[in-house]
Ligand binder design. Structure first.
Ligand SMILES: *Cc1c(COP(=O)(O)O)cnc(C)c1O
Length: 427
């Protein structure tokens, strides 16, 4: 097939305007947000209290605390697991930055473990060798909507008596052996940021079944106080506290979206199944996997390119960026999620979080090595992937997946045309 690529002025395979924006807004959102606006409490109000009950029920946890971000919730997890100066916390070498910086927030030391290429999650078989007598917790990040194999994580964790934190910020509703993420570890964090499958603009949840962890997290969440804003407060800081509370308007929006979440996730799975079907047999593409026992939510549908077969093993990231530009010109809303593996980020290479080398220079801490060469799988993933979110989301339907796939196929079947592109003139 020879069609002119859109990057060279040809017609778009997925015309701009095909993909509907996320999240869909309807009368339920409008009514609940307006009702919150019309009542008297705009801080931690009745919508926050109801949202906590509803999310605890939806996620399958005894306790849920509504926060102003996933990052705040992760920090609460780290504190709830009693991680502090000198303690080490195991984290995957590839994720969102705050999956790891949350450890620094509480003065503990992140220790990275490489990825498993197929699942794009932490390599569960490499966790044990990263454990030291200082290891206090493991952060299992359920990346892109696919749960980590929690049987393996929990087995190692129990044997070494370390806690397990789930970063479920990208994985609302994902399951492993029928269990929802956020119910398998000791505590978990969810994000309600714009891009997440449950969106309230910004926001998050800390969840746990453990009463003591809930207490510690709630104390850190609101100024170090021990009474919740719903009770009569004594305004006394019993411990070091932050201000991580949610507000009523945002909670009202989140509650409205929560009523639609299961429907959105079902649509997303239908769209992803169609996309996977349509991407079969396109040369050089490595579509994502959904291993036995895992139910993927397709938060981010991530494909890798076989750069060896393409003859671009040595300039993989550069060639990938060109492919992404060609897809975007076709109207395909795909991108590069994170081009840096975490240990490469300056905060780890410079080992300077709080200044003067803290927390790594803390007398309680042992030396850790962040040379990026230790994480070749994460590096390969970072250099060869492209991912998309909105084309798979409701209200988009499988016809959008079909057009998206048509854009992928068109570019991959006309790679010779890329040689004609004047890359300097392409944004
Ligand atoms: C988005 C995200 C976070 C942070 O959530 P915020 O609400 O943006 O603070 C943490 N971890 C992962 C894996 C995420 O995708």
């Amino acid at each position: 097939m020879s069609e002119r690529l859109a990057i060279l002025g040809g017609e778009q395979a997925c015309p701009t305007g095909t993909v509907q924006p996320w999240p869909p807004i309807d009368d339920i959102d409008r009514e609940m947000v307006m009702a919150s606006l019309e009542q008297d409490i705009h801080t931690f109000g009745p919508n926050c209290q109801e949202f906590e009950k509803e999310f605890a029920e939806w996620s399958g946890n005894k306790y849920a605390i509504t926060t102003n971000s996933g990052t705040a919730s992760l920090h609460m997890c780290v504190a709830a697991c009693d991680c502090g100066p000198g303690d080490e916390v195991i984290v995957p070498a590839y994720s969102w930055s705050s999956s790891v910086t949350c450890v620094l927030h509480h003065n503990a030391i992140p220790v990275f473990v490489d990825l498993d290429f197929d699942t794009i999650n932490i390599d569960v078989d490499k966790i044990e060798e990263a454990i030291t007598p200082r290891t206090k917790a493991i952060i299992a990040v359920h990346l892109h909507g696919l749960a980590v194999n929690m049987d393996k994580v929990l087995e190692v964790a129990r044997r070494h008596n370390v806690k397990v934190i789930e970063d479920a910020c990208q994985a609302h509703g994902a399951t492993f052996n029928g269990k929802k993420v956020g119910t398998m570890g000791d505590c978990a964090a969810f994000s309600l940021n714009q891009n997440k499958c449950l969106c309230s603009g910004e926001g998050g949840f800390f969840v746990t079944d453990d009463e003591d962890m809930n207490f510690r997290a709630r104390q850190l969440w609101s100024f170090g106080e021990t009474r919740t804003p719903a009770e009569s407060r004594d305004y006394h800081a019993y411990a070091l506290g932050w201000m991580y509370r949610n507000n009523d308007l945002t909670a009202a929006f989140g509650r409205a979206q929560l009523t639609k979440l299961d429907g959105y996730l079902a649509q997303q799975k239908e769209n992803a199944a169609r996309l996977t079907e349509c991407l079969q047999e396109i040369a050089y593409l490595i579509p994502p996997t959904e291993p036995e026992g895992h139910e993927h939510t397709w938060y981010n549908y991530t494909t890798r390119f076989d750069m060896e077969a393409l003859g671009h093993a040595d300039d993989a990231a550069d060639f990938r960026d060109k492919l992404v530009k060609a897809f975007k010109a076709e109207g395909v809303e795909t991108g590069v999620w994170q081009s840096y593996i975490l240990p490469r980020m300056t905060v780890f290479q410079a080992k300077n979080g709080y200044g003067f080398g803290c927390p790594w220079s803390c007398p309680h801490a042992a030396e850790v090595d962040y040379s990026p060469e230790q994480y070749p799988v994460a590096e390969k993933h970072a250099n060869t992937h492209t991912g998309m979110t909105v084309p798979l989301r409701a209200p988009n339907r499988p016809d959008v997946a079909e057009k998206t796939a048509a854009g992928f196929r068109k570019v991959m079947e006309n790679l010779d045309q890329l040689e004609e592109v004047d890359w300097a003139s392409v944004e």
